[in-house]
Write a protein that binds this ligand. Structure first.
Ligand SMILES: NC(=O)c1ccc[n+]([C@@H]2O[C@H](COP(=O)([O-])OP(=O)(O)OC[C@H]3O[C@@H](n4cnc5c(N)ncnc54)[C@H](OP(=O)(O)O)[C@@H]3O)[C@@H](O)[C@H]2O)c1
Length: 209
């Protein structure tokens, strides 16, 4: 798949590297192609991936992965020409400066992204766990869970395939409204990992019987 990753930090860098190494055609959309951080990331990838400007990455990809700070998202999506009919995987969390969410349970970042990305198929995923789990979701014989939500079934199925290729269990949490619960779930993970001192090697699992 042609995947454009916007934001190449903890989340975007990890997902892009892993998908490139699985064989996907990955392009990072970056603000400064000459940044040593970009070179370092591309050198770390054992296969091939490219970096270009954000507009070109969005234009040439079928799937756009949003992995920037929340504040940057609206502006990036104002390039509406490039996103019509594309799948947008929204990994962001609308974090506030005071370690909370700027949007509460009556709306969500995922819903805002859907509104701003009019004409695209928005799927929320990869927001509810830490990037270390994106690098390695295996816990012995168990797999970390990755929740996904969105309105478009085909877009969700493609996202679920990408999730499972990384080694996660996937759970479809329903329509994009479920972002209202997946974003606070990210806050629980952050609280456990950092405030409760459990560290980044923790993950959620859904059990069924
Ligand atoms: N860290 C996690 O474990 C984790 C897990 C789940 C979800 N998330 C969410 O995922 C998002 C990214 O988190 P992260 O930890 O990966 O952040 P990060 O490591 O700080 O990386 C952010 C990336 O976004 C780029 N960026 C910043 N402002 C931008 C702008 N205005 N336009 C375009 N690119 C911009 C930065 O590139 P430059 O070099 O150009 O600044 C950098 O590559 C956040 O919304 C976060 O809440 C994080």
């Amino acid at each position: 798949m042609k995947i454009g990753i916007i934001g190449y930090g903890n989340v975007g860098g990890t997902l892009g590297r892993r998908w490139a190494e699985i064989g996907h055609d990955v392009t990072f959309g970056v603000r400064d192609k000459t940044s040593p951080k970009v070179t370092e990331l591309l050198n770390k990838i054992t296969t091939t991936a490219n970096a270009t400007d954000i507009d070109s990455a969005m234009e040439q990809s079928d799937i756009i992965v949003l992995a920037t700070p929340w504040d940057a998202v609206k502006d990036i999506l104002s390039k509406n020409d490039f996103i019509t009919n594309k799948i947008i995987i929204d990994c962001t969390n609308p974090l506030s400066n005071t370690n909370g969410l700027t949007i509460g349970t009556t709306s969500s970042g995922g819903e805002k992204v859907s509104m701003w990305a009019d004409g695209a198929k928005v799927v929320k995923a990869f927001n509810s766990t830490g990037s270390k789990n994106m690098d390695n979701p295996k816990y012995g014989d168990d797999k970390a869970v990755m929740f996904v939500c969105g309105e478009d079934k085909e877009a969700k199925d493609i996202t679920i395939k990408l999730i499972e290729e990384l080694g996660f269990d996937s759970v479809d949490a329903g329509g994009i409204i479920a972002s209202r619960w997946l974003e606070p779930l990210a806050m629980l993970w952050i609280n456990l990992a950092y405030k409760q001192g459990m560290g980044q090697n923790i993950a959620f699992k859904l059990m069924k019987r």
